[in-house]
Design a protein around this ligand. Structure first.
Ligand SMILES: NC(=O)C1=CN([C@@H]2O[C@H](COP(=O)(O)OP(=O)(O)OC[C@H]3O[C@@H](n4cnc5c(N)ncnc54)[C@H](O)[C@@H]3O)[C@@H](O)[C@H]2O)[C@H](O)CC1
Ligand SMILES: [K+]
Length: 459
């Protein structure tokens, strides 16, 4: 099952792995033609009703594989309005090949005829809102016809993620959808066939440029939209919390605050005027600080716990008490990690251990990244939290899905990169908690974005 947003990311990852979109469209077209051959005998009349996007492009490619049929292609719109190069190239090839093609520029001009089979390729995952014209008139004509209806990827008008239709939608007999089933197709009263279009498994397993799509910022956003991050750390070390907080800003947080012992507050503030530093009494975190910290954290979008905190018993006791009472989103790193396995919490935790810290948490690791992936997934499932285990190949899992980031380099073992990663991860968590997901953030929503944090990419 894959959402449209994830499909777009996988599509882009496939391209980065050397499988360009036009090749995917050719595979989709071939899959559509196979479905046509399954639904209608050679010589049958086929009406391809194509939209101006890649959904239409798939069917324009399919038409080339249907030589044994009497195919008429209806393009809903002028050819120059076709929205992608790959779809337009498929249209141009049809025209050059003297295929029977028509362009429909207004509803009155649409005449479906009386085909044996209709290929509905007006709209796929790019639909927004109720069908406009001439798609609406075409959908009514398709639904009123006696033809068998094959929908490309998703029946036009249906939202592939929810199965809902904002208004009129094509009533298909069969849907041929690509790469993986879509959440919104399960409840449709039609047969759904999933066609493999040659997207490499690596496009889903390994992080790539597609995973950054979700970080595109809403241009209208304003301060505070993109998350307010609190780093709780410092004590024996002062650079770590400052690194984590600055990394949060670099990764897109609007505000980065540091709660650290009074004894080092001035030093931490000294690292950067961009940080809002707040000291708590004494020279290390202790249980008496927890009530205030919980109040302070309640108004933040995400907390990063641990950079430079040290492992004094009273500091670890304070981490345990905080997490037991906290129900927001927290990244847990460094010495605070050892507390996680034995604390029962409502919080959404993202733990960012290196392999030594993973073992200290009670997890197992392995030098083979594939074996390590299974071990991390199992341990994340046991913990009930997301794990991001750093290594030459970083493994991210929420106990269900697994993603692997192989873009690191040996130089990243230098001290401080863990603090940078924890801060960047906190920013992405804050962005999601504050905006796109409201309170409904679930760990898997982060999975696709954490790898971007591994690279400390600017959002
Ligand atoms: N990722 C993959 O696996 C592949 C998907 N393919 C196919 O690509 C479509 C998605 O294509 P896209 O261009 O993004 O969008 P659509 O073609 O679905 O529609 C965009 C098109 O439609 C217009 N439009 C939007 N809403 C409406 C509306 N309510 N009424 C009328 N017109 C509307 C919009 O203006 C655009 O012009 C996917 O479904 C697959 O079929 C790839 O080909 C293969 C890999
Ligand atoms: K469609």
């Amino acid at each position: 099952m894959i959402t449209s947003r994830r499909m777009a990311a996988v599509d882009l990852n496939a391209e980065a792995l050397g499988v360009p979109r036009k090749q995917l469209m050719e595979s989709s077209g071939n899959a559509v033609a196979r479905a046509c051959r399954d639904l209608a005998d050679p010589g049958a009349s086929v009406a391809v009703v194509a939209g101006r996007g890649n959904n239409g492009g798939d069917a324009l490619a399919a038409a080339r594989f249907l030589k044994a049929y009497d195919v008429t292609v209806h393009l809903l719109g002028r050819p120059e309005t076709i929205s992608t190069d790959i779809a337009r190239e498929n249209w141009d090839a049809l025209v050059a090949g003297e295929a029977d093609h028509r362009t429909v520029t207004d509803s009155a001009g649409f005449d479906l005829g009386d085909p044996d089979l209709v290929v509905d390729a007006m709209l796929g995952t790019g639909v927004t809102g109720a069908l406009r014209e001439p798609e609406a008139t075409a959908a009514r004509a398709i639904n009123d016809s006696s033809a068998t209806v094959l929908a490309v990827d998703v029946p036009s008008g249906v939202d592939a993620d929810t199965g809902d239709a904002a208004g009129l939608a094509v009533d298909a007999d069969r849907v041929v959808t690509f790469h993986d089933d879509k959440p919104g197709l399960g409840d449709l009263d039609c047969e759904v066939v999933v066609a493999d279009i040659g997207i490499p498994e690596a496009a889903e397993l390994f992080t790539g440029p597609g995973d950054l799509l979700a970080l595109d910022r809403d241009a209208q956003s304003h301060k505070g939209d993109h998350g307010d991050v609190l780093v709780v750390g410092g004590g024996p070390y002062t650079g770590a919390p400052a690194l984590a907080a600055q990394s949060a800003l670099r990764a897109g947080a609007d505000l980065a605050r540091v709660a650290c012992p009074e004894a080092v507050a001035r030093e931490v503030q000294g690292y950067s005027e961009n940080l809002i530093v707040r000291g708590f009494s004494g020279d290390r975190l202790a249980p008496e600080h927890v009530p205030d910290l919980l109040d302070f954290a309640a108004d933040r979008d995400a907390v990063v716990f641990g950079p430079g905190l040290g492992d004094a018993d009273e500091s670890l006791a304070a981490v345990r008490e905080f997490l037991a009472a906290y129900d927001g989103t927290a990244v847990v790193d460094a010495d605070a990690l050892q507390v996680v396995p034995d604390v029962d919490t409502e919080a959404t935790l993202i733990c960012t251990p290196h392999q030594g810290e993973l073992r200290k948490m009670g997890g197992e690791t392995d030098s083979d990244w594939e074996v390590r992936s299974d071990l991390v997934r199992e341990f994340a499932a046991d913990l009930g939290h997301t794990l991001l285990v750093k290594g030459a190949y970083d493994v991210v899992s929420d106990g269900d899905a697994v993603r692997v980031n192989r873009t690191g380099n040996p130089g990243m073992t230098v001290g401080g990169t863990g603090d940078v990663l924890a801060g960047a991860t906190g920013a992405l968590a804050a962005l999601l908690a504050a905006e796109a997901f409201g309170g409904g953030l679930v760990a898997t929503d982060l999975l696709e974005r954490l790898p971007a944090a591994l690279r400390g990419d600017e959002a």
